[in-house]
Design a protein around this ligand. Structure first.
Ligand code: HXC
Length: 510
């Protein structure tokens, strides 16, 4: 018996070495951790249960019959992050470059199936040369099997991808269908076709990093949500991020005790809005002053910064925050910001996360670039996302809420549950200057008259009281009491029940 046990331990030790010490050293030399080291950092100590450690590929071609490595280039299993269940796969670049064989794909599918059965998130650590070339179409079939599971799991369990090495070709579409993508700077890249093919076809010369690195995808393409400095930081951030999320679509997000008192008043919010309507202020400051301990996990901070999205907690409970940012493009909605926020709102709605919206929006960004780019369709995404969302929705208008953008930003009319306005709110079809130029066109050129008309318009509309008198605002609140109001609102709305009419699925303007 002892011999058998020793044999098992020996086999395990061999399997843990993956592609061997030389390749492990090469991985380290590039500043990358190995697949197992990554898992160890991601999950709680001693929580990882590995499955399929001895799985091998079945390929007989190109001399592969004798070239098997236990585990076949991917470490799979379950673990816990701060005590909560998670399924993980971690591709091992030291084994055939982490390339995906049929057996490798089966291992990933297996943990995805288990995650769906028990209702737990899936985190994929991607570091792979793509389809296992020697396996041909079997490998492509394996990818498709993973894709299908990504699709079925979408909206059922949270799926997170961390790109920690190459991720190229059709392989990019598995992470692309997960909810959030984190990338490591300088060591990871994602592209459908690499620099060599790009050069041949379009004559463009780009590096891997320029074409598909972490900075590219978190600024230009918005494929990824966050760029992290290295493997360790990426995995630490994923752990922090995981704590905001529920395990599945039937559960509420976890509550986390906070040292922050619910009724904390933040007097400085009373003076955060500048006296001039055209002066910006930083909406991050507003968010940080309101949420528990100022802890805000921003998603896509480097893309479409005219809208802020991210997770925070109020009285220990997760909220998804969406906020116009007056510091960037005056907080206008445009194509990128609408797409960014729409996807975020839909994630929150899938996973029972209440949505807290801060509004300071002068309207949609004008211009041919926006119109030709389809702002009509893309703006509709955000409108649609807010309107279909059935989770608790609390909205605070801090300053401008003009035109169609007022409607879009979680207004009462889109089933906002509690819509508050600060006394500095201006809810109108447009700003005073534009309005006067249109409705008092005959007076243009007469400065005195225009000034009087502008004042008349401002007195009438540059406030929240017209909207409040019609019931479109539930209450005009003191800025310093915002946290207390939101906390109370969330408590009241905790067991909100609202169902959309039965349908197979809607047809959001994609
Ligand atoms: C089999 C592969 C492999 C692959 C790498 N290796 N990619 N084996 N299939 N796709 C092996 C190498 O043979 C090598 O084995 C080891 O992994 C490390 O590779 P290197 O080339 O030495 O490493 P590096 O210089 O870091 O380059 C990494 C790389 C490069 C950029 C990923 O290997 C590469 O370009 N690979 C091919 C990528 C590719 O074209 N994949 C198919 C994409 S299409 P040894 O034994 O020497 O250590 C695709 C379609 C998916 O994926 C479709 C889904 C629908």
């Amino acid at each position: 018996m002892k011999e058998i046990l020793e044999k098992l331990e020996k086999k395990r030790t061999e399997a843990r070495l993956g592609g061997g010490q030389k390749r492990i050293d090469a991985q380290h030399a590039r500043g990358k951790l190995t697949a197992r080291e990554r898992v160890e950092l991601l999950v709680d100590e001693d929580s990882f249960e590995e499955y399929g450690m001895f799985v091998e590929h079945r390929c007989q071609d190109f001399g592969m019959a004798d070239a098997t490595v236990p585990g076949d280039g991917v470490v799979t299993g379950s673990g816990a992050i701060n005590g909560r269940l998670v399924y993980v796969f971690s591709q091992d670049f030291t084994v055939f470059g982490g390339s995906l064989s049929a057996a490798h794909a089966e291992k990933i599918c297996n943990i995805m199936d288990m995650a769906m059965k028990v209702g737990a998130p899936v985190i994929g650590l991607n570091d792979s040369g793509g389809a296992r070339i020697q396996e041909g179409v079997e490998s492509l079939a394996g990818y498709a099997d993973v894709f299908q599971r990504n699709i079925l799991a979408s909206g059922v369990v949270p799926q997170i991808s961390v790109i920690m090495g190459p991720c190229a070709g059709g392989a990019v579409y598995s992470p692309a269908m997960t909810d959030f993508i984190f990338m490591v700077k300088n060591t990871s890249y994602m592209f459908v076709t690499g620099p060599d093919v790009v050069k041949t076809v379009t004559n463009e010369i780009v590096t891997h990093e320029e074409l598909g690195g972490a900075i590219t995808h978190t600024t230009k393409s918005a494929v990824a949500d966050k760029a992290l400095e290295n493997d360790v930081e990426a995995l630490a951030q994923v752990r922090r991020f995981f704590d905001f999320l529920p395990l599945n679509n039937r559960e509420k997000p976890p509550a986390r005790p906070s040292f922050d008192t619910v009724g904390r008043e933040e007097k400085s919010l009373d003076s955060v809005i500048p006296t001039s309507a055209n002066k910006p202020y930083d909406m991050h400051e507003v968010i940080q002053k309101i949420v528990d301990e100022g802890d805000f996990f921003e998603t896509q901070p480097a893309h479409a910064a005219n809208i802020i999205t991210g997770f925070a907690r109020i009285d220990g409970e997760t909220v998804g925050v969406v906020a116009n940012q007056p510091m960037v493009l005056a907080g206008c909605l445009d194509i990128d910001s609408a797409k960014k926020a729409a996807r975020f709102v839909r994630f929150c709605d899938c996973f029972n996360i209440p949505i807290l919206t801060f509004v300071d929006v002068p309207g949609f960004l004008p211009g041919t670039a926006q119109e030709y780019g389809g702002i009509i369709k893309h703006g509709a995404k955000l409108l649609y996302a807010y309107g279909e969302a059935t989770v608790p929705k609390i909205t605070v208008i801090t300053r401008k809420a003009y035109g169609g953008a007022y409607d879009v930003m979680a207004s009462k009319h889109l089933r906002g549950d509690l819509n508050y306005a600060w006394p500095t709110a201006e809810i109108a079809v447009m700003g005073a200057k534009g309005a006067v130029e249109i409705i008092f066109r005959a007076d243009l050129g007469d400065e005195k008259k225009i000034a009087a008309r502008t004042k008349e318009y401002e007195d009438r509309f540059a406030n929240p009281f017209v909207a409040a008198s019609k019931g479109f605002i539930d209450e005009v609140i003191m800025p310093h009491s915002t946290r207390r109001r939101i906390a109370r609102g969330l408590k009241i709305l905790k067991n909100k029940k609202l169902d959309n009419p039965w349908k197979k699925h809607g047809n959001i303007p994609l």
